[in-house]
Design a protein around this ligand. Structure first.
Ligand SMILES: O=C(O)[C@H](O)COP(=O)(O)O
Length: 249
C-alpha cells in the first residue's frame, strides 16, 4: 500500500510581499496568494489528486490558502486537523524586520545563519513585544516554558515530527490522500525528514508559495521518488528562486 501526500505552502502573504520576517505573526495571504491557492486547486483536479483530509497550522495564511484550494476542487467539506506543530518557524526578534535591512545591518553570513542554518536560532523575542505571540490564546495549551520565543530549523523538526507520526501517518495508513497546508520552514523540516536531506544541504532548499508538491509514499511512509514532484515545475522553480533571493537588493 502506498500513501498520497500533498504539501502546499501558503500563497504569497502580505509580509512576503513586503519582504518582512514573518514567523508566528498571523498575516494573511494577498491577492497574488489567493490566485496561487485557486491555481493549486486546478492542478490538483488535473492530476486527480483530491484530498480526503487536511492538516494545517493555526495561522490564517495557511488556513485561508487551504480553504481556497479545497473549495476550488470541491473538497471544502473534508475533515481538517490544525496544530501549532505545523506553524511556520518562529523567527524570534527578527519578526517584523525587513529582510534586506537585516542583511545590510548584520552582514550576509549572519543573515544566512539566522535564515537558513539548521541549528542557529535568531535572538529570542521579548514576550511582550508587538510581534510576540506569547500571550496568544491559541497557544495557551503549550506550557509557558515550552512556548517558542525563537526557533532554528532543528527546533521545528523536533516539534513537527511528533505530529507527523501521531496524526498524519495514521491518515496515510488509512489510505487517505493527505493535504498538508503549511509554511516555508515547517515544510522544509518535513521535506528534510522525507528526503533525508543533510543538516548542511537543507540550507539550500526553499519551498515555493502555492505550488502543490506531491509525494507517493511507500509502506514505510517514505517517498517512492526522492524530492517528490511539483505539479507546476515552472511556477515552482520561479517561486523558489524568488524565495532564495529574498533580502538581496
Ligand atoms: O516567516 C517568514 O518570514 C517566511 O514565511 C519564511 O521566510 P524565510 O523564507 O525567510 O524563512
Amino acid at each position: 500500500m502506498t500513501g498520497k501526500l500533498i504539501l502546499l505552502r501558503h500563497g504569497e502573504s502580505e509580509w512576503n510581499a513586503k519582504n518582512l520576517f514573518t514567523g508566528w505573526v498571523d498575516v494573511d495571504i494577498n491577492a497574488k496568494g489567493e490566485t496561487e491557492a485557486r491555481r493549486a486547486a486546478e492542478l490538483l483536479k488535473d492530476e486527480g489528486l483530491l484530498p480526503d483530509v487536511l492538516h494545517t497550522s493555526l495561522m490564517r495564511r495557511a488556513i485561508h490558502t487551504a480553504n481556497l484550494t479545497l473549495d476550488g476542487c470541491d473538497r471544502h467539506w473534508i475533515p481538517v486537523r490544525r496544530s501549532w506543530r505545523l506553524n511556520e518557524r518562529h523567527y524570534g526578534a527578527l519578526q517584523g524586520l525587513d529582510k534586506t535591512q537585516t542583511r545590510d545591518k548584520y552582514g550576509e553570513e549572519q543573515f544566512m545563519k539566522w535564515r537558513r542554518s539548521y541549528d542557529t536560532p535568531p535572538p529570542p523575542i521579548e514576550q511582550d513585544s508587538e510581534y510576540s505571540q506569547f500571550h496568544d490564546p491559541r497557544y495557551a495549551d503549550i506550557p509557558a516554558a515550552e512556548r517558542p520565543l525563537t526557533e532554528c530549523l532543528k527546533d521545528v523538526v523536533k516539534r513537527m515530527l511528533p505530529y507527523w507520526s501521531s496524526d498524519i501517518i495514521p491518515d496515510l495508513e488509512a489510505g487517505k490522500t493527505v493535504l498538508v497546508a503549511a509554511h516555508g520552514n515547517s515544510l522544509r523540516a518535513l521535506v528534510k525528514h522525507l528526503d533525508n536531506v543533510s543538516d548542511e544541504d537543507i540550507a539550500g532548499l526553499n519551498i515555493p508559495t502555492g505550488v502543490p508538491l506531491y509525494y507517493e509514499l511507500n509502506d514505510q511512509h517514505m517517498p517512492v521518488t526522492v524530492g517528490g514532484r511539483y505539479l507546476d515545475p515552472e511556477a515552482a522553480a520561479a517561486s523558489i528562486e524568488a524565495v532564495k533571493n529574498q533580502g538581496k537588493k
